[in-house]
Design a protein around this ligand. Structure first.
Ligand code: SF4
Length: 368
């Protein structure tokens, strides 16, 4: 099989200075010595598995990558010197509001980072305390303005759907986010995942209809501000789509390094261990699953239909030698207008985006 050039690379830094009540990501409390050891293991993982591809997007996520001390960040960026990068590299780095300092920004800037992603979620005190995240409106504003002095490409995460949230609460948050004038906004509804503090404390989700209304309100609000809704949960100013995330939605190959990270290489989905003990012993991989053509076609649609533009019908045929409608039993969805076909693309009708998960489920099974 010819080797596919891999152009994206994700690195997971699983440390956080505090743990949020809703979080089910792969994370643990920051401990300098453990983090130092972790970076040494990360170096060996990259050294053994990175095959010298020319990388076009790097995403360092977590956890909280910015929880690392400057000394450990220096170690991390020294490790990254073994990665060959293209001239058009998009290099994203996740930071926590409270970690943003001029020193950190200068450091990241001088180390090729050109996109900063900041988890704000909300500036409503009541919901911040529910999430157990602690920043104030003023702090967020000041930190974003400081970040803008060094970076023009900034993503902020916006969360909605908190128990007890009203449309007025949502509007207040949106009006504040408007003042930040950033290039990219990712939106998420609060999901009460098992094994999180919120779930264990039996917190009840927001009523579904209200959550749907909020979703559509956010779309309308951000569209009016000139953000392009280009993926179910993502909005960007022109020219600022996340190249890295598009790799995922286009079902292309990528490296995933670090604790709990997932990679997709030569049709294998590779998942790393979530055990730091195993990881630090060099037992990086948990599973390696081959994806046959049926799984690949399903993923192509499930990931691709997250893009508002949808899936290019001809590209699908060229890649798999089959028509989408021959492979999947979706005739009724097309008939009812939930799935649209226009200008060579298949996409989810904007009025049904809120139901995208139910629609995407229909692409799990292949027609025999
Ligand atoms: S939400 Fe982010 S900052 Fe909070 S515990 Fe999870 S990974 Fe850490």
């Amino acid at each position: 099989m010819p080797k596919i050039n891999v152009k994206s690379l994700y690195i997971h830094i699983p440390f956080c200075k505090h743990i949020c009540s809703y979080c089910d990501f792969c994370k643990m409390y920051y401990h300098e010595e453990l983090a130092n050891k972790y970076l040494t293991s990360l170096k060996s993982e990259i050294k053994s598995n990175y095959k010298n591809d020319l990388i076009d997007t790097i995403y360092i996520g977590g956890g909280t990558p910015s929880s690392l001390s400057l000394e450990l960040l220096t170690k991390l960026f020294n490790i990254l010197k073994m990665i060959k990068t293209s001239k058009s590299l998009e290099f994203s780095f996740e930071v926590n509001v409270s970690d943003i300092t001029e020193e950190l920004l200068v450091f990241l800037k001088t180390n090729q980072v050109n996109r900063i992603s900041i988890g704000i979620e909300t500036v409503n005190d009541k919901f911040l305390s529910l999430l157990e995240r602690y920043h104030t409106k003023e702090e967020v504003y000041q930190k974003i303005m400081l970040t803008k002095q060094y970076f023009d490409n900034i993503n902020v995460d916006f969360m909605y759907g908190f128990p007890g949230q009203t449309l007025d609460d949502l509007k207040d948050d949106l009006l504040f986010f408007e003042t930040l004038e950033v290039t990219h906004i990712s939106i998420y509804s609060l999901i009460l995942e098992p094994n999180t503090k919120l779930f264990i404390h039996n917190v009840k989700p927001l009523e579904e209809d209200l959550e749907a209304d909020m979703y559509f309100y956010i779309i309308e609000f951000l569209n009016k501000l000139g953000y392009i809704h280009y993926e179910v949960s993502n909005f960007a100013k022109k020219g600022y789509y996340s190249k890295h995330n598009l790799t995922y939605w286009n079902n292309e190959s990528y490296y995933g390094f670090g604790l709990g990270a997932t990679g997709y290489l030569n049709n294998y989905r590779i998942t790393n261990t979530r055990s730091i003990n195993h990881y630090n012993k060099g037992l990086f991989m948990l599973s390696k699953d081959y994806e046959d053509i049926n799984i690949r076609m399903s993923n192509e649609m499930i990931l691709g239909l997250r893009k508002i533009k949808g899936v290019n019908i001809k590209d699908f045929f060229n890649k798999y030698g089959k028509e989408i409608e021959e492979v999947f039993n979706i005739h009724d969805l097309v008939q009812q207008g939930l799935l649209k076909i226009k200008d060579g693309y298949m996409f989810i009708h904007k009025d049904y985006l809120y139901l995208s998960n139910q629609i995407l489920e229909r692409f799990i099974d292949i027609q025999e």
